[in-house]
Design a protein around this ligand. Structure first.
Ligand code: GLN
Length: 488
């Protein structure tokens, strides 16, 4: 029976664990063996069986004592951008190689308290900067649907692990699309909540006004279970965490979609969207109409501006956030240097990869005297207008739907190291991020090369329940989320 454990979703696995049909220890053993078997995917950066099995035994003890916590004993793995006490935390960077955090990120702590068993840490683009996981200092991740292709990024290890059934659910972070885009590329489901829903404490900071944690799993129902445990205020540790009580998002899953107004922005179907993606999105929208939803044509006129705006604001914040990696407080320090300034220079030259350096330079430039008004301030003004566009759209519809990305996953090396090609592919995820809105991706079909296509749903602030509900209804009527890559 345990051979099938990796086929179970979070909800089913939790039920079996509570019914004592399987123990948390057996479950952990099964997944540990599986991730060893598929190590060539490159999904995991760190594992520690001793820690995993100790957590599993603790979960078994809680189950035996009648503890009814819903996620008890269910395995999880974390994007290596969350700091953890029991595993190294690298953020995909040489700068933090071997770094051990003295504390757990709030999201990690919350899921551990809910009884989830940690399988390890997952590969990601360096400091979450990227769209293909090729910027990780520790090697790329392969897409389980085609090992010659990227899994997306920056939460590439997270998405690949779920698609390959190496974990029933994982965490990711999304600054400009890093949950939604890899979920789309790997044929799984992921949700980025409203900015401030989940605490950023212990998430290695990239762009603080955009960074947000969220779950990735096979189904919307599974995401709802994790999201319920991850969110909630953290006033002493993250001043931007929202003062909203924790919510049980699984309660939002019932009911019909009758009369739901789905806004389809015409700008999301512009030139550049490949025919296969367009076809999959069109048939998903037709499916929604069959489920009772109404399709409304809307406009998000500043969609294109989201790229330059994001690629000014995110690097600006990154250049400030990453100044802490100076070789003094933590992480890498150059072995040889002449004086303090030389130590800073050598440490940062050795520790950071090319993309991170590029962003630090862009960020420092747009914040510098004389350019601040021309670039940074302008970008902030347009950011506000982009958020206003969404509010105008939400007067006409209840949620917004469109592609997550203009194409399916590209080949490893396919963008030939051209950063602009990566940036342009972020066009549909960036607007929602800049506005701080919740967004998700759910698998709705297949395109070129048999690669998965994800539908993006964007909701108004605090409408995670509505998004999960819409995705869940779709998944009850279709089986794209249950398809699996060959060999897994
Ligand atoms: N691809 C985007 C970037 O490189 C988004 C990354 C993210 O959401 N962490 O910045």
């Amino acid at each position: 029976m345990s051979a099938d454990l990796h086929d179970l979703g979070v909800a089913e696995l939790a039920r079996k664990l509570r019914a004592k049909e399987v123990s948390a220890t057996e479950t952990a053993q099964h997944f540990v063996a599986r991730s060893r078997e598929h190590a060539t995917l490159g999904a995991f950066l760190a594992t520690n069986e001793e820690v995993t099995f100790a957590q599993a035994r603790a979960a078994d003890a809680r189950i035996a004592a009648g503890d009814a916590a819903p996620l008890l004993g269910v395995p999880v793995a974390h994007k290596d951008i969350f700091v953890t006490r029991d595993f190294p935390s690298t953020a995909g960077s040489r700068m933090l190689e071997g770094y051990r955090s003295p504390f757990d990120a709030t999201v990690v702590r919350k899921l551990a308290e809910a009884g989830m068993v940690t399988l390890g840490k997952l590969n990601c683009d360096e400091f979450a900067m990227g769209s293909s996981n090729e910027n990780s200092a520790f090697g790329p991740v392969r897409n389980p649907w085609d090992p010659a292709r990227v899994p997306g990024g920056s939460s590439g290890g997270s998405a690949a692990a779920v698609a390959a059934r190496l974990a029933p659910a994982v965490t990711g972070t999304d600054t400009g699309g890093s949950i939604r885009q890899p979920a789309s590329f790997c044929g799984i489901t992921g949700i980025k909540p409203t900015y401030g829903r989940a605490s950023r404490y212990g998430m290695v900071a990239f762009a603080s006004s955009l960074d947000q944690a969220g779950p990735m799993a096979r189904s919307a129902e599974d995401c709802a279970w994790l999201l319920s445990a991850m969110c909630g205020p953290d006033p002493d540790r993250d001043s931007t965490s929202l003062d909203l009580p924790a919510e049980d998002f699984t309660r939002a899953l019932g009911g019909s979609l009758e009369g739901l107004r789905i806004g389809v922005p015409k700008e999301f179907f512009a030139e550049g969207v490949t025919a296969d993606v367009r076809a999959a999105i069109d048939s998903a929208l037709a499916q929604y109409e069959q489920l009772g939803a109404k399709r409304v044509e809307i406009s998000l006129p500043r969609t294109e501006l989201a790229i330059p705006v994001y690629y000014v604001i995110a690097p600006a914040e990154a250049s400030s956030n990453l100044s802490r990696f100076d070789g003094v407080k933590f992480g890498h320090r150059a072995a040889k240097y002449a004086d303090l300034l030389d130590m800073y220079k050598k440490t940062r030259a050795e520790g950071f990869g090319d993309e991170v350096k590029r962003r630090i330079m862009i960020g420092t430039y747009v914040l510098s005297h004389g350019y601040y008004d021309a670039y940074y301030l302008q970008a902030q003004k347009i950011r506000r207008l982009i958020a206003d566009d969404f509010q105008a759209a939400f007067r006409q519809c209840d949620l917004i739907a469109g592609p997550v990305a203009p194409s399916v996953a590209w080949k490893l090396g396919g963008h030939g190291g051209d950063p602009l090609a990566d940036y342009l592919a972020d066009i549909f995820t960036l607007p929602g991020s800049l506005a701080g809105l919740p967004g998700m991706s759910l698998p709705v079909g297949f395109g070129e090369g048999g690669m998965p296509v994800g539908l993006q749903l964007i909701g108004n602030y605090f409408q995670e329940g509505r998004l999960l509900h819409a995705a869940h209804r779709f998944q009850q009527a279709t089986d794209f989320h249950l398809r699996r890559p060959g060999g897994f």
